[in-house]
Design a protein around this ligand. Structure first.
Ligand code: ATP
Ligand code: MG
Length: 593
């Protein structure tokens, strides 16, 4: 897929917007009440009319840093709430009693805020954690048991798996399936009270072991796990399954549109089954939430699975979660991406129900479209070779230094000018000189005239080389009267224009040239292990000379290095006296041959 060319068009509609607009038109959620916090039917009914016209949520598990796929989901959920007078809840899905990593919680909140969204609305904070709902979840479980809608199964995990059947074979009823509600209640309480060992029993919904949808073949609701939970400690030794917990979390939070990725489509019948039963029992507020699925983001040349990203970090294939090659929000940020570029990207790719791949270039195009207007220009010589103007002293005077100026931004004169210093000795790109030029080459070669941008036209006369044949100095003659911006500057025609920095005032900088982390578009889908597809040349470090205006640049500041592309001052390592720039992305059009 490619991005639409028109970046200013109004937000395109999509199937989710249509659903929301229809629901709002029909006043489907107009009568809902909200107590000001998550709660059951009674609590919500006692509240005021819900000030939020819709409620969506972003519910990550705090087990890693967010990636570009999560960014899509964040832009979608928070964006829909913003556009339709709603609220998006920030919810940590921490129902797994795994070690809580405060680092991940903080990282996730930072990422959402940085992307430009907030869970503060109508004077309150909609930051929730699913473990706060354990009491209600257990109450819901007892309710199902009492209604004959759930039972404690004590088959072994192997038996359970075998008896579930498969696509071609219906399941087989568990011998425990016909226990009475009273028996089940006793057993469930024993589970809760720690009288059974891990894996000895599970609570299952009693639906239909022959359902063509395997998710409806008596799905597990609770499992025994004698484990400490970061928030609830040892209070519980049974924990709800995701498929049971998630609909309840949505219901308690008054979520209207629960948006998830397509993998959960087969779970929707259970989502509805469960909430229908809890609504009938008067446990949850009405109208109940509905689940809608969209196609997850698959982006070429990266992996978007927290597990695999964690592996890249743990095995030190990258320097950390925020390595500028990582498709994590922190990685993209350090690479020089802006929140606006990610929002633009999310808008352009839209939401559909059709699985597909988005080319990484779509992300880069959104970035360039955002940075072009914002990033100040600068000159940097990344692979330097010395240029000496041999007639400089004779023409300009011994040791003369000539001030030159360049606009900070070509379309924004109000942003001012950068000061450059031209002199006898300059730095130019090694690739801008060829002793024997290939066909069509119009930069420096003996006898050719070239303009040094914002400076003068020069004529190349030759070069010096070291013993190995490597060029050490390029020589040229100044053509008088050609200084950019002076009358008659264009009287001498030069085919090529090259960038430069003055040896007298250039500042040394480390430039980190990042390329794609993987060599193949879909490192994750082939036969080979994704680690084998890592691009060995995804990072090279250059010692560059940059123009003096960059000496005062701040971490995170973005630039377009003329001819080279977009660069950002590294958030971690850049400091006065030690300049470090990351290449964010190249320019769309590479300069002349
Ligand atoms: P991962 O597989 O990377 O661990 P996940 O879905 O398990 O991702 P969660 O923390 O559960 O991670 O995700 C939070 C939300 O982000 C979910 O609602 C999920 O639908 C959404 N999400 C995750 N990955 C993508 C993706 N690639 N594209 C769009 N949305 C995504
Ligand atoms: Mg997950």
């Amino acid at each position: 897929m490619t991005a639409p060319a028109d970046k200013d068009s109004a937000k395109p509609s999509n199937f989710l917007r249509q659903i929301i607009e229809r629901d709002l038109e029909q006043g489907h959620y107009a009568q809902r009440r909200w107590s000001g916090q998550p709660g059951d039917a009674a609590a919500q009914q006692a509240g005021a009319p819900d000030p939020a016209r819709i409620r969506t949520r972003f519910p990550p598990e705090p087990n890693g840093y967010l990636h570009v796929g999560h960014a899509k989901s964040i832009c979608l959920n928070f964006g829909l709430a913003r556009d339709y007078g709603g609220v998006c809840h920030m919810r940590f899905d921490d129902t797994n009693p795994e070690k809580e990593e405060q680092e991940y919680v903080d990282g996730i909140l930072d990422a959402v805020r940085w992307l430009g969204f907030s869970w503060e609305a109508n004077g309150s904070s909609h930051l929730y954690q699913a473990s706060d709902y354990f009491d209600f979840m257990y109450r819901a479980a007892e309710h199902l048991v009492s209604q004959g809608l759930a039972y404690v199964d004590e088959q072994t995990p192997e038996q359970m798996r075998a008896n579930r059947g498969d696509f071609s074979r219906p399941g087989v009823d568990s011998p425990f399936r016909n226990r009475t509600p009273q028996e089940n209640l006793v057993r469930l309480r024993q589970m809760r009270d720690g009288q059974l060992a891990d894996g000895a029993a599970v609570l299952r919904a009693k639906i239909d072991m022959a359902s063509p949808n395997i998710n409806l073949r008596d799905p597990a609701l609770y499992r025994i796990k004698h484990a400490e939970h970061h928030a609830t400690g040892t209070r519980w030794c049974i924990y709800p399954m995701y498929t049971f917990a998630h609909p309840i979390e949505d219901a308690l939070e008054n979520i209207t549109h629960s948006i998830c990725t397509l993998e959960f489509e087969d779970q929707r019948p259970f989502y509805d089954w469960l909430l229908d039963r809890l609504r009938e029992g008067g446990l949850i507020n009405t109208p109940q939430p509905r689940q809608y699925e969209f196609a997850r983001l698959n982006l070429t040349y990266v992996v978007t699975s927290k597990r695999k990203l964690k592996q890249l970090v743990d095995e030190k294939h990258v320097s950390g979660w925020d390595d500028p090659r990582m498709p994590t929000v922190v990685g993209l940020r350090r690479r020089g991406y802006t929140p606006e570029s990610l929002q633009l990207f999310a808008e352009r790719i839209g939401v559909t129900k059709a699985q597909g791949w988005i080319d990484f270039s779509t992300l880069e195009i959104a970035l360039r479209d955002d940075l072009d207007a914002k990033a100040g220009r600068a000159m940097a010589v990344i692979e330097p070779v010395r240029l000496v103007i041999d007639n400089w002293d004779a023409v300009m005077g011994e040791g003369h230094l000539e001030p030159c100026v360049a606009p900070v931004h070509p379309h924004h004169p109000e942003r001012g000018q950068r000061a450059l210093t031209f002199g006898k000795s300059l730095w130019i790109e090694r690739g801008d000189f060829e002793e024997t030029p290939p066909k069509g080459y119009n930069r420096l070669f003996p006898g050719n005239k070239v303009r040094l941008k914002y400076g003068y036209v020069i004529e190349c006369t030759g070069c010096d080389k070291d013993a190995s044949g490597q060029v050490t100095t390029v020589h040229a003659q100044l053509i008088e009267g050609t200084k950019s911006g002076t009358p008659g500057a264009d009287s001498v025609k030069a085919k090529g224009v090259i960038t430069w920095v003055g040896a007298s005032d250039a500042v040394a900088a480390e430039v980190r040239l990042y390329d794609r982390l993987f060599s193949v578009p879909q490192p994750d889908t082939g036969e080979r292990d994704f680690l084998e597809e890592i691009n060995p040349a995804s990072l090279s470090v250059a010692q560059a000379w940059v123009e003096p205006s960059l000496a005062k640049s701040a971490p995170d500041q973005k630039f377009q290095f003329e001819r080279h592309g977009y660069f950002v001052a590294d958030r971690k390592d850049h400091a006065p006296g030690r300049l470090v720039f990351n290449r964010t992305t190249g320019l769309k059009d590479s300069w002349g041959k």
